[in-house]
Design a protein around this ligand. Sequence first.
Ligand code: P6P
Length: 335
Amino acid sequence: MEERNKTLGEFIIENQKAFQYSSGELSRIINSIRLAAKVVNHKVNQAGLVDIIGAAGEQNIQGEDQQKLDVYANEVFIQTLINREIVCGIASEENDDFITVKGSDNCHNNKYVILMDPLDGSSNIDVNVSVGSIFSVFRRVTPIGTPVTSEDFLQPGINQVAAGYVIYGTSTMLVYTTGYGVNGFTLNPAIGTFYLSHPNMKFPENGNIYSVNEGNYVHFPQGVKNYIKYCQREEEDRPYTSRYIGSLVADFHRNMIKGGIYIYPTSSKAPKGKLRLLYECNPMAFLAEQAGGKATDGFGRIMEIQPTELHQRVPFFCGSKSMVEKAEEFMAEAN
Ligand code: P6P
């Protein structure tokens, strides 16, 4: 029989065997993400055809106009996780507070919580640019059998047990880690199956792509300005190119494959940065480190930041290790 790529389901079963003492809850979470990703993918691909694009007329806690697909994706991920009764709590960019999952058989006995950005980059939907869903999974820290508390969600990124994203691009991919490397699965939409297409993904140690919104240049810290000018300097044959999609998942995914750095720094317009620590920076940082890259706030490791609030923002420097370290040098020098 001809060899074919492993399916996501086969990969999960194979890896489940490696964790013979685990209850399989984590595998069931990944399976739940898989289903939700397919449902959201179907709608994202129809965005131009049905009356689902454009603002839903409401604003989320960030004060951003909620696109209808934001709301839809949020409901799909939350409902899928609740229906399968596999987590005890859910936090989402689209919800002011976390959700305590009750379920039929007392979900308080489940041991995982999940945090997510159900549809990141949604302002790009109307212009047909790639968007993504991002998730981060922790083991709860409060006693099993009791309702979750904010303590279960406000954990440093080093405690993550799984993280990943779905990218709805030219193809739809699920890319995730459970702490043993990063693997990418591509959806075959004809049969609705994800196949292992990018085993053991790694950030190239170096790269020549820098991703930052240079429209904010005048508002950036001096260290970021100096790093951008370093990339643009003509001597020493600096081979850099600027690529910025305005969709974190898409910029991250390209940089992980080709090598590069993504920067969303503080600015006078965003004094704490724009990206959220818990469901954007932490999961992407976990993936970056598992892929041999690096993720910092310009000075220190993202995953060691002790969160203080659900929707807190941090500056984000993430990508090829040597590029992040070069940017950190400029930050230290200018500080
Ligand atoms: P700006 C999308 O809103 C997002 O959170 C990331 O996906 C993206 O990288 C960034 O914000 C874009 O922000 O300010 O450059 O438009």
